[in-house]
Design a protein around this ligand. Structure first.
Ligand code: SF4
Ligand code: SF4
Length: 95
């Protein structure tokens, strides 16, 4: 199964579904209900977004709790990317 990509306002959540197959905790979903805006659910044994993908930037509060909980209590299958404009050039300059 392919990865799930969920774009939000300032970044992107990637769920590596191979890691989720044997996950017992679904900690990502728990975290979103505790600290986020309850936009994740379990569907057919996999985490998925409740709203349509185009609504996620408006609904996600960018709390980052799903990533923290996944790595702390789940199988480490969820990563959040937060691109910072100019960071690559900055790192290259100071090297
Ligand atoms: S906690 Fe992580 S590994 Fe478990 S279902 Fe959620 S994203 Fe997948
Ligand atoms: S960043 Fe927060 S609100 Fe957005 S999906 Fe993750 S836990 Fe839910």
């Amino acid at each position: 199964m392919s990865d799930i990509e969920l774009p939000f306002r300032t970044g992107r959540i990637t769920i590596h579904t191979d890691c989720c197959r044997n996950c017992k905790s679904f900690a990502c979903v728990k975290a979103c209900s505790l600290f986020g805006t309850n936009i994740l659910r379990i569907e057919d044994g996999m985490p998925s977004a409740i709203p349509p993908i185009e609504e996620i930037p408006r609904r996600c509060n960018e709390c980052l709790a799903c990533e923290h909980y996944c790595h702390e209590y789940g199988n480490g299958g969820l990563d959040i990317a937060l691109p910072i404009d100019g960071l690559d050039e900055c790192v290259t300059c100071s090297a």
